[in-house]
Unconditional design. Structure first.
Length: 398
């Protein structure tokens, strides 16, 4: 990683004036309108004529639309967010054609995030004051933390969440992000529900269960919402109250995960995790709510970019690796181990805590992969003559 080239987004709340809020709301609407119009045009071209429309063609379309009487209102907002949404749609189609994503979908006024992106030509940042295009005064930003010294935003994204809160995200180059001093420690992490993360060191990090702690408050707000007449002003007020409870849960969960992942990255040179398919796991109706509240995907994404920033190694082992059923002492794989069994004894006499044993096996498998490039699945046979590749690395580095 090259020092000084890391780009970070610094997100802050701000409180717009009535004039600024109206301008931003118009911009959000125009961005959504342009996105849907271009998506419709590209969809017709692709499915009817098998024709790929590029960014330059959609930009020309936007210019022509602004000249029509029906879409003349597009000229009332800054042109930069409209051009940016064309670039975002171009990226979505590139991902689709290359097989990395599904076909782009239309934006909904109620379901999709309200946001607009401004590049350097559409805002001014001077002496801590940020002023967007088409606005006379700077935004009243709540500076919860300072920007990096000497940093200049290259892109500004303004958004409003479902709870009515306004946010501005500034993308800056942060020269302070540098690789941390190298360590000789490694840790394996076994993700769970009751225990959010069990480390190979034996430490267990309890799942705060943020959604469960606010479940009563959320249920009460949802009951009030269900009794309101659709389309009424009171229903909109009740919807915002529900959204605020959800926002409170998400904020607390995100803050906890940031603290946890930062500590893990600072204390360990190598971090080994499981490659879990959360998308399939949440199909279990009995566990879907608890799995979603645990936010394993968010924890993994945080570990990924923080390890890249600070020069750490993140290893994801095969999701089918039987870390729980594998004895970390002799390498024997148990045939079955129900979920209600939290401790078990191997035939060799070793007694294991289910989660700690899994974390130790995850660490050993990750170290074997990094050391010799071996696979992470152990030998199928239960014979103890010879160790699998996952056991070739000692478990002393914890």
């Amino acid at each position: 990683m090259k020092t000084g080239l890391v780009k970070r987004a610094f997100k802050y709340r701000f409180h717009p004036t009535n004039e600024q809020a109206a301008e931003l709301s118009r911009t959000f609407g125009c961005v959504r309108k342009v996105y849907n119009l271009v998506l419709e045009a590209r969809t017709v071209a692709w499915f009817q004529r098998q024709e790929r429309v590029n960014y330059n063609a959609t930009s020309a379309m936007l210019t022509q639309w602004k000249k029509t009487e029906e879409l003349a209102f597009l000229c009332e907002v800054s042109s930069v967010p409209l051009q940016q949404t064309l670039r975002h749609l171009q990226g979505a189609f590139s991902n689709f054609f290359e097989g990395r994503a599904k076909y782009p979908r239309f934006k909904s006024k109620k379901r999709n995030r309200r946001c607009a992106e401004y590049t350097r030509s559409a805002f001014t940042y001077r002496d801590g004051a940020l002023t967007l295009a088409k606005m006379k005064s700077p935004l009243a930003i709540v500076w919860s933390r300072p920007l990096p010294e000497g940093a200049e935003p290259s892109t500004v994204t303004v958004s409003q969440d479902s709870a009515g809160r306004w946010f501005v995200s500034m993308l800056c180059e942060d020269a302070s992000v540098r690789p941390l001093p190298a360590l000789d420690t490694a840790v394996g992490i076994d993700a769970g529900i009751t225990t959010l993360a069990t480390l190979s060191t034996g430490e267990k990090i309890t799942n705060p269960r943020h959604e469960r702690r606010d479940r009563t408050r959320l249920a009460r707000a949802q009951r009030v919402l269900a009794k309101k007449e659709k389309g009424s002003r009171n229903r909109d007020k009740a919807r915002i109250k529900v959204a605020k409870v959800h926002a409170r849960i998400a904020d607390r969960r995100r803050d906890f995960l940031h603290q946890l992942t930062t500590r893990l990255v600072r204390e360990n040179q190598t971090i080994v995790i499981e490659d879990l398919t959360v998308r399939n796991m949440v199909k279990n109706k009995s566990l879907a709510r608890a799995i979603s509240d645990a936010a394993w995907t968010d924890m993994r994404s945080m570990l990924e970019y923080k390890c890249a920033w600070y020069g750490r190694n993140l290893v994801a082992i095969d999701r089918w690796f039987p870390s729980t059923r594998l004895c970390s002492a002799c390498g024997t794989v148990e045939d079955k181990l129900p979920l209600n069994v939290r401790e078990w004894t191997c035939g060799c006499g070793a007694r294991h805590d289910r989660d700690v044993n899994a974390a130790c096996n995850i660490l050993a498998a990750g170290l074997a992969v990094t050391a010799c490039g071996a696979g992470v699945r152990p030998q199928r046979e239960s014979s103890r003559t010879g160790q699998p590749a996952a056991k070739q690395e000692p478990l002393t580095a914890k």
